[in-house]
Design a protein around this ligand. Sequence first.
Ligand SMILES: [Ca+2]
Length: 434
Amino acid sequence: MTKVSWSRLMFFTMLIFVLTLAACGNDDTSDEGSTDDSDTATEDSVDEGADESTDTSAESEPKVTEFEPAFPEQTRAPEVETKAELDVEVVVEGLGVSWGMEEFDTNRLLVTQRDSAELLIINLEDGSVSDPIEGTPEVNDEGQGGLLDVTIAPDFDESRLVFMTFAQDIEGGTVTAVGKGVLSEDEASLEDFEVIFQAEPAYDGALHYGGRIIFDDDSNLFLTTGERSDDPIRERAQDLDAYLGKVIHITQDGEAVDTNPFIEDEDALDGIYSYGHRNIQGVDFHPETGDLWIVEFGPQAGDELNIIEPGSNYGWPIVSYGIEYSGELINDGISEHEAQGFVEPVYYWDPTSAPSGMSFYDNDAIPEWENNLFIGGLAPNYIVRVVIENDLVVGEERLLTEEGERFRDILVTEDGALIAITDGGLIYKIAAAG
Ligand SMILES: [Ca+2]
């Protein structure tokens, strides 16, 4: 186990990172960036507190687009800094690409391994890693596919039900699929695993599966999908007869929830909750308002933080605060969402933050973090802390900027520790010092 002092982290936070992002037309790795790109860091030493820069936003890099925000708080929020002293610890290393996790028992996590399709149990107290749990589904592991998210049923203590998302081969290509199984008492296997939902249509591609799942208060599931990236399939994000580029609301049996917004619309799929999304990689409920918040990848820049309203259209690929990887404008470069009849993002990033899994801090262990949102960053390698007031972003901080890790998912434990898993197979624990 390695311990890193917070003062050292804050020092390195001041360093300027120069990122080399692949901007090629062949987006085999797309906006997730390459897993083996060697980011070059220039270590300009800046004394803490001696920064006389007039740019007070957390983002120090220039914008890559010409777009202006629809309202002042929509991008480049003022930089904030955590005052509490923190301990940062690598609890586990040596795993594969770790994509999703859930605390199913105090300080014990279920963690998915994307490429090997393994489900593991991690003990945060002693750093132990279980053997792979038997009975997990067969996946398509190409590109961004594989075993993706994991969550447990709200009545897990009785039902032992575990839900997972994954890329599945079906006729015509691959889909984002949801399945469930019963964790055996000895925790060695998932029994009676069955697929409950497939986000059709299938498409022969390896990108943009979305794949986050979360339970609501009624014990139904929200599932996020992607629009499969390529032009023209991505246009299906706008279509109500396709589950691509959507937030989907289903029961534990994969049926549409009967209060869904398009249930009366014969031309629309009943499971759709919202649409016009690109690739939703993070989802959580705001602890105070109860609203469902998501983050979705933009193309080049234009990653969005959105509050989900049932039946609403979030605009992709008609409007965006980003541009194509080629540098071309998207749909003649219209960014304003509301003016075009779409929901404005609460916040967007330019340049990209490559936002992945996210979690609100719904704990009082670190009081200044209460109700803040923490988002894993994949391409610039950091964790984003977002301070929100009245549904507006009023502050942003970047944590663990010097680690060089791609932070794939974030959770907050019952004890109030922030856990982050990475593509490099590390599990970080960030907690109040002492
Ligand atoms: Ca949008």
